[in-house]
Design a protein around this ligand. Sequence first.
Ligand SMILES: [Zn+2]
Length: 309
Amino acid sequence: MICAYCGKEAKGTKEHIISCGVLDLFPECFATIDGERKVVHQSDPLVKDVCVDCNNNRINYIDSYAKSFIEKYFLTKYSKDDELNIEYDYTMMQKMCLKYAFNDLRSRKKDISFFNDTIISFLLNQTETEALRNVTILAGLAVNTSPVPDSVFGNLKLRWSDSPYFCSNSLVMNVDYNTGKITLRDKMEPENFNKRVLSYVFRFNSLQLLLLCWDESISEDELLQNKIVLEHLYPYKILDVTGRSIITRCTSEATYHQEKIIDVSIGQEMLDEISFMRGTFTDEYQRFLSSVESEWTKEEKTLADKHPR
Ligand SMILES: [Zn+2]
């Protein structure tokens, strides 16, 4: 076997697609649901083409960072209007998302051409601390504002997928406030970003991350243009080298359970109005939802005890 990281001939070892330490934070999510292949299996998602040296000594610093970052902020659930101040190491955020995307793409035998020598060396070397200019990370809070409790879908705190769909306009086209009639947009065009070569969405409980990788040849102007569109059209915050951001909810009742759909901010607002009209935000309904949630939390504790890691 040729190691996917160092390129040397060696015996393959089991590398976790998402760090084992991150999976350890959510023992209740003991099953892996692979929507693309339509299978559910009771083992960790793995890829087996990494040599023992890379796996145990060279890329595991990324796993430690990922675990500590998620553990610090995202084990709890947030409310719809919460603002969260986060501090992060931007280079490590890039490394974490790139590593998970690279692992996932290999396990699915998809195109890994973005991961050239520069990117691989960036991942392998802990001492490379300068952020990559052609990789953009956005973050937001995943908050369930839908009338459907998490327990209906269960086990979906950790999700990841390539090529999320960036809507160019709101999912909902019109709400008639007199009749309550909702009209969905019948023809949706995706937003196309110049020189985007790879994109991913990650959900780690209450954290949602978007990874966008640009062709190396992207100019500063093109990059700026893409960032302006991203920042103004979508309810996400672009992370940057300052290492500090305030993130807010990036989901709506339509996108919370469908992380691959990235609705625009105005679409999120329209869906919030629909949730409001339906009464999902009333105190009475919120009390009902939190009683369901607290029962589900007890069930999760039982599941976690049954499936120790
Ligand atoms: Zn190796």
